[in-house]
Ligand binder design. Structure first.
Ligand code: SF4
Length: 559
């Protein structure tokens, strides 16, 4: 017997650290870690100890003899990985954590944001003795995209929230939720009360298509739709026109697949999840029967990951449609696949798309249509979206990379709903430098730098999407935050951080004056408990509060 990692893998590599025989790869120190879609267990080396199963925050690891039928492809996926990257004697050993000498006293750190990068940074810090952490979030609820971005039907991924409870609920952590940095407390005030501040605020903005008609009613960012169905208070009152039969999603990353599933799956499945009630009700009344997902390049370059695509093809009552002509590879993509160095995940993407192209659709099923090599050129309509015009692309090699180039061949698809899913983007923060081109805070390994001089700003750090851009999955943030914390501790140990002028009690007094009634950890626990018990009563995982006023009221209610 051996263990196998499956679809829900969050890549946070917790399992790597506990494996006694170092048979889970790629590790964060291996180059493949930067692009891998999941981690893999070498079945030849695994000794069946089960340590990784207990450690995995999202229950993604199963014994091979207990695999669910839909997870059986992961046996071959792992075998293919180790065929391509066999374990050798020169593989790097796991790194040791930087320690803080006791004579330096207590390190005090503020973290702005409470999403995955913030929580992983807090866990890294509080896993060491003599570290105090204060976490700030503008909302009364923590966890950022785990709460407002993960698809409601991805229950295992949401379980990472249980792991993050140990970050925000740690005895050395204080939570200041419903407190906005830049409004209720300034950057300078945070620095006056801490040795260092880590900004881990994510990337709240989205990229635009920049085509005519993008501003028409019926054209939205997919991120708005995701926030709406997840009950984010800033988006709960949005309206989406679901009266037509066809919706078009531009971009083919995992968010596009999440949105497509939400639009065509049986809403009663979502009614049992934590999807917001207003969204379940709207989807019950939806007429949408077909979702077209448009990617500008071919199946070998598609942005989605293989586990998500594999799961899409297993949905009941839904056909995944691919035009065989669109999976015929251009010569450059074919050469890429034929190269013995080609990563298995790329070949698998093409194999899966070819498999869909061979399928026969079932009469009466809803449809998800994967389109390749097409880009939007105009969204059309009189007062609202009525159709979208796409232009066919061909792939050309530019600086060793395959780029999409328009061919002039156009087609129009009738639709009342266009969702652009072409990536998140960071937004500038008060009192901090910002790289407009990349949408990130300029930094070197997490140390925020002056963009003019390139020199680090004393005591200012960043982690997560606002540090590196919106890439990777939840667990990718673990390594990103660990790197930032390592640099912060390097600076503390080297005496490069200023001793805070004010203490922790003064900070608590200041916040209470500026934001009386802010939500602390026990306030969040009260919200959490009520959401869970409302959910249990309604036969669902959780019934979220979707307005700040409701959340604040719940934070004060003793049950
Ligand atoms: Fe490593 Fe034990 Fe998990 Fe096998 S079961 S991958 S040996 S931790």
């Amino acid at each position: 017997m051996a263990y196998v990692i499956t679809q829900a893998c969050c890549n946070d590599a917790s399992c790597v650290e506990v494996c006694p025989v170092n048979c889970i790869h790629p590790t964060p120190d291996e180059p493949q870690f930067a692009t891998t879609e999941l981690l893999y267990i070498d079945p030849e080396t695994c000794i069946d100890c089960g340590a990784c199963v207990d450690e995995c925050p999202v229950d993604a690891i199963s014994a091979d003899n207990e695999l669910a039928a839909e997870h059986e492809p992961y046996l071959k996926i792992a075998a293919d990985y180790y065929e391509r990257y066999p374990i050798g004697p020169d593989w790097p050993e796991l790194r040791e954590r930087r320690k803080i000498p006791a004579e330096l006293g207590t390190l005090r750190v503020a973290i702005v944001g409470s999403g995955p990068a913030a929580c992983y940074a807090a866990m890294e810090l509080t896993s060491r003795p003599r570290v105090e952490v204060d976490i700030f979030d503008r909302l009364p609820t923590p966890y950022g995209l785990v709460r407002a971005g993960v698809a409601p039907d991805h229950k295992s991924t949401k379980a990472v929230g249980d792991l993050f409870r140990s970050a925000i609920g740690h005895k050395n952590t204080q939570c200041y939720f419903d407190v906005e940095v830049g409004t209720h407390i300034s950057h300078d005030e945070l620095l006056a009360h801490h040795h260092a501040v880590i900004y881990a605020v994510g990337a709240a903005g989205d990229r635009h298509l920049d085509v005519p008609g993008e501003e028409l009613p019926g054209s939205h960012a997919a991120t708005e739709f995701v926030s709406w169905y997840n009950g984010h208070p800033d988006y709960a009152d949005r309206q989406f026109d679901l009266s037509g039969e066809c919706a078009v999603i531009i971009g083919n990353g995992n968010v596009a697949l999440d949105v497509a599933r939400a639009l065509v799956m049986d809403p009663e499945i979502f009614a049992r999840t934590d999807m917001a009630d207003h969204a379940v009700e709207a989807l019950r009344n939806s007429n949408i029967r077909e979702v077209v997902i448009v990617g500008r390049r071919g199946p070998a370059q598609a942005a989605y990951t293989n586990p998500e695509l594999l799961a899409l093809g297993q949905l009941r009552g839904i056909d995944v449609i691919v035009d065989p002509a669109e999976v015929e590879l251009d010569p450059a993509s074919r050469a890429l696949l034929d190269d013995p160095d080609c990563e298995p995940r790329i070949a698998l993407k093409v194999e899966q798309a070819e498999g869909f192209a061979r399928r026969t659709p079932t009469e009466g099923n809803k449809r998800i249509v994967l389109r390749y090599l097409a880009s939007p050129v105009e969204i059309n309509g009189d007062g609202k979206v009525e159709s979208i015009t796409l232009e066919r692309n061909e792939l050309v090699e530019v600086d060793g990379r395959l780029e999409a180039r328009p061919t002039g061949e156009r087609e129009t698809i009738e639709t009342g709903l266009v969702l652009r899913s072409i990536g998140y983007r960071g937004t500038p923060l008060a009192d901090l430098p910002f790289d407009e081109r990349r949408g990130v805070i300029p930094n070197k390994e997490g140390r925020v730098v002056d963009p003019q001089t390139g020199e680090p700003l004393t005591g200012v750090y960043t982690a997560g999407w606002i540090k590196r851009g919106p890439s990777g999955v939840i667990g990718t943030n673990k390594q990103c935050s660990a790197q930032t914390v390592e640099r912060l501790i390097d600076d503390f140990v080297a005496g490069r951080l200023a001793t805070p002028a004010e203490d922790r009690e003064k900070l608590a007094t200041l916040v209470a004056e500026r934001r009386p009634g802010f939500v602390d950890y026990s306030g969040w626990q009260r919200i959490d408990k009520q959401e869970r018990s409302r959910g249990a009563a309604a036969g669902k995982a959780r019934q979220k509060f979707v307005s700040v006023a409701e959340m604040l009221e719940a934070s004060r209610l003793e049950s």
